[in-house]
Design a protein around this ligand. Sequence first.
Ligand code: CP
Length: 354
Amino acid sequence: MRHLLDITDFSVKEISDLIERAKDIISNPSVYREACRYKKLATLFFEPSTRTRLSFEAAMFELGGNVLGFEAASSSSTAKGESVCDTIRTVSQYADIIVMRHPDEGAPFAAVLDTGVPIINAGDGGHNHPTQTLADLLTIYRRHGRLDNLTVGLCGDLKFGRTVHSLIRAMSNYDNIRFVLISPEELKIPEYITAELDKKKVPYKETADMAEFMPELDILYMTRVQRERFETAEEYERLKDCYILTPERMRSASETMSVLHPLPRVNEISHEVDSDPRACYFEQVANGKYMRMALILKLLSACEKGEEKPITFYPSDKKCKNLHCITAKEPELKSLKIIKDGKERCYYCESELH
Ligand code: CP
């Protein structure tokens, strides 16, 4: 079974194939109108979404398939205490492919332990958001004609911004990529991401100053401060407006720089920037649907061919201490570990196990 839990589940070649397929869908939509006839996609959204859920649903409709699902945990039996694994075992009997978003880190990694169908991670807490990365990569490719030789600035909430984590992982596999990580100290990128960059020898700079590297950037990836992940409202209020992109700030940027944002936006990009030709966040929205169409086709095809990509993990006698991990909410889940960068990490959320 092939799933998409983390963007590194796909090789550079597979991502390149998805981009080519998405471009073909854009050029020849009628060819794909019946491609998923009689197939069912389940969208299980335990956390709010506009773009991801609706683009998956639009994608399946445009492939001629059907959609079932729920848009809030409160309207599913989760509200009665049902676990992720039991929910997935149930929905696997009704659907050919499952897309899930969950507030707890690692929930889709738990889901694949009990499924008979492909699982797509549509965002798990502050951990990963690989399908947003697919939308981001197609946008960058269509704008710049390449995914290598780029200086990529990521600005805002790099701690909880799951889209940032997935995008860094994906882009660090291309040649001559350099990252500029712009955040306040409290919202710095997690250690497990910088450990990977260090291991791959991918250059990056960390700064709190949005202006410092602006003229050098090919991409500026703005992010929202993730209110829902903060422990206290006071801390969020203190940090929420740490960076605001305005036309004045854009003046020092290159004419060919692209401004991306996964959306939703709150206050971090002034609406006056929207008319700047370098703003491409609504192109990302459109590209997301095409990449999700390509992804559904790929995973259903892999399922039919019986393709497999084994996931390697081991039993662990150490409990994960990350309070945002799915194991904190569902303690009956087995403690499992992976070995990454020479460290024992939780299989579900990748936190280091101590
Ligand atoms: N980018 C993104 O995940 O948007 P939604 O939360 O609206 O799905």
